[in-house]
Structures are given as C-alpha cells and as structure tokens.
Design a protein around this ligand. Sequence first.
Ligand code: GDP
Ligand code: ZN
Length: 458
Amino acid sequence: MEQDTISAISTPIGEGAIAIVRLSGEEAFSIANRVFKGKDLTNVDSHTIHYGNIIDPNTDELIEEVMITVMKGPKTFTREDIIEINCHGGMVSVNRVLQLILREGARLAEPGEFTKRAFLNGRIDLSQAEAVMDLIRAKTDRAMNVAMKQMDGRLSELIRKLRQELIETVAHVEVNIDYPEYDDVEEMTHDVLIEKASYVKKEVHKILQTAKQGKILREGIATAIIGRPNVGKSSLLNKLAHENKAIVTEIPGTTRDVIEEYVNVRGVPLRLIDTAGIRETEDIVEKIGVDRSRQALKEADLILLVLNGNEEFTKEDAALFEAAAGMDVIVIVNKTDLDQKIDMEAVNQAANGAPVITTSLLQEQGIDELEEAIANTFFDGELDSADLTYVSNVRHIQLLEQAESALTDALNGIEAGMPLDLVQIDITRTWELLGEIIGDNVHESLIDQLFSQFCLGK
Ligand code: GDP
Ligand code: ZN
C-alpha cells in the first residue's frame, strides 16, 4: 500500500452541523500531528477520539478547535491509516483546516478516491463502491436507503449465491466431459442443467425487474404535465413543488442551461421536464400549446394529463390522450369547485384504465389522492418491503441483461441437444458476467473455484 496521503472535506450525510476533514494514507498520522496541539497523535491507541486545537505550525495561529479521530489501518474504510478532523466552526474554518493539511503534504482527494482505495485495498467490492457513489447522488431518503442496502452488500450477496449455483453446475459438467467413465457424475443430466440454468435465469430476471424502480429512485421519474392552456398545469406544478420541497438542479455539461426540478412525492422523486415551458407566459403557452406538450411527452416516464372539468371534453384533449397512448398516464380533472361541464364518461373511456383523479387545485382538493396515484403507478405500494434489492447502476443492469441472454442461449442449447461443452461456454460466460458486477478477477478465480469446489477424491 504505497499510496500517497489524500485529504478532503467529507461531511457525513444527514449531519450538517459538523464538517469532517478526512485524511487517508501512510502519512495521515504524521501530517495531522504537525498541526494538532493537544496530544502526540502518532502515539495514541487506534480508534480513539482526541480533543485539541489545530494550529498553523509556521505562525502558531489558532485555526480551529476540533475533535480528532485516529484510526489505524487496516481496520478502516480504506484499510489505510485514517484521520478524521471534526470541525464545528462552519465552512470557512473547515476550509482553512483543509488548506493547512494540504500545505503540510497531503494531496486533495479526487471525487470518490477514498472509496476507490477501499475497493483497491479489498475492503469493499465493486458493487458496494458503486453504491457509495449512488448514495452521494441520491435525491430522496428512499433512494438513499436503496444505496445503503447495496453498500452493505445485499446485491453482492445475491450475485455470489447465483454464481455459486453456476460454478457447481459448471464443475459437474466439466467432470462429465473429462471423466465420462465416472458413473456418479453422469447424474448431471440435461434435466438438472435445465433446472439450474432456469433457476438462475429466473433470479436474474427478478433482479432486473427492480432496475426500473432503482433508476427512478436515483434519477427521478421524468414527468410531463400536459394539457390545454388554462386547465391548471402551472397551478399543479406549483402545488407539487410547494408541498414537496422542489430541488432545482443545474445539469453541467449541457449546451443549453437546462434546469430540472425535482419534487419528492411520498419518497418518489419526480423530475419535472419542460417546466420552463409551463411557466412561460400564457400567450406563449397558448401559441405552442399542444405541440409543446407532444414534445415533452417523448422524454417522459409519467404523464400528468390535466383537463378542465369546467369545460367540455374537446378534440384537443382527445388528441393528447392519443399522443400519450401506451405510456404511464394519470388523468387529472381539475376545477371541481366550478360547474362540471366535462363528460366524465368520455374521460374514463379516453383514460382506458389509467387512474382518473378529480382535483380543485384552487381549493386544494384531491392532492392526496393524486400523490397516492403517483406513488402507486410505480411501486404498486410495495416499496416499503424491506428486502427488495434494487439495481440502479447502469453497468450492473447491462451485465445482468447480458447474463440473462447468455442463460437463454444455454437453455436453448440444452433443449436442442447441443454437446455439453458448448452449453458450458454459455454458463461460464454467465458466471463471468455476474462476476464483473462485483469486480471479481474472473479467470483465475474460476480455476481456483473449480478445484476448491469439486474434489474428485471425495
Ligand atoms: P395552465 O395554463 O394550464 O398552466 O393553467 P394555470 O395553472 O395557469 O391556471 C389557469 C387559471 O385557472 C388560473 O387563473 C388559475 O388560478 C385557475 N385555476 C387553476 N386551478 C383551478 C381550480 O381548481 N379551480 C378554479 N376555479 N380555478 C383554477
Ligand atoms: Zn400556466
């Protein structure tokens, strides 16, 4: 572990009051010791906390009053020596502490570098490392919980279990090929192969099904509010944003300065798209009206289609339903406080099974029902079940999809009576693909596993 010592401000999630400057590496203790007045940090027990002052050794100036945590590797997150300096005095003094640490020889950590070290030093596997990243980007508590679960290794555990199944299958097939004269290994009939491969395929499929929810939790449900002018789109947007604490994010690296708005509806993050369009003055909206709605439709995961209950159901309304056909739609019949002129039968028919919610945004009626419909559309009320393992990482999803298709190939091969060594190639491929999720060194461990798993001299 001959890595330089890195440092950065790493404030714990959910605890805004204190800020932590973290150091990791061979010189963590000696660098901290040079700026700490209180105790000799190179000479204290591991995993202890010490009170004292940070001073500039060049000027003897007091920088900050701190608590320092001393943790000796390898029982640390990075497996290196770690120092955590807990500061209380706000961002300015925290920054001064960091500057001092850097001046004394630490290097500013790159984003994710502590986690990268944890992975490189074998403390966590790849999927856990990626979960740490997801955690940092999580936009709601629920998204955070999913990342947390993945970080404590639930996905890894599941993947390991499936790989175990596959490796045993491969081992049996291998023996069958190499030692056809052994009667007891002949048990590996096509039927057993089919059973194992089908089982793993089913499990992989289940994990993939959670991917949709995972993506949503991390990136938000791309939501478009559409409807004719004056039906209440802006009012709905404002209501959702107001009640649910909108988070406005600027996305760097885009040519236009796109601003996306997130609202958190019962733990489900909605990413409202084209809200700028909705907020433009009414005459512009009127001018572009339905055309603009159609454009927003293309990018959306969820459509909130707003109708005016105080008016007839128009041809334009019907056109919007047609444009949204096949997508997740929630119909909102607004302005229930006024005379209801809309033909609800026509609305329900157009909705074609999609939920229809009646609201008065003006009088704040029906908002609860709407929020419930939004949550249900994506999670069918199942989200709270504690043991769902969500996959939210694009790389993981791709690998799982490839694994599923390799298993399909294997199963087709078996059915078609292909020789076992050819089927085995697909099974091994699946094993490797799943291994890439947790970052295993594939080929060597395959060999190791084979021998440790299956002992002919039993
Ligand atoms: P948009 O053009 O679809 O964005 O519609 P707005 O949200 O700008 O609303 C148009 C007008 O309808 C505004 O004057 C709103 O105050 C009004 N409005 C919105 N919702 C309701 C409602 O539930 N009841 C009544 N009576 N008026 C509403
Ligand atoms: Zn408007």
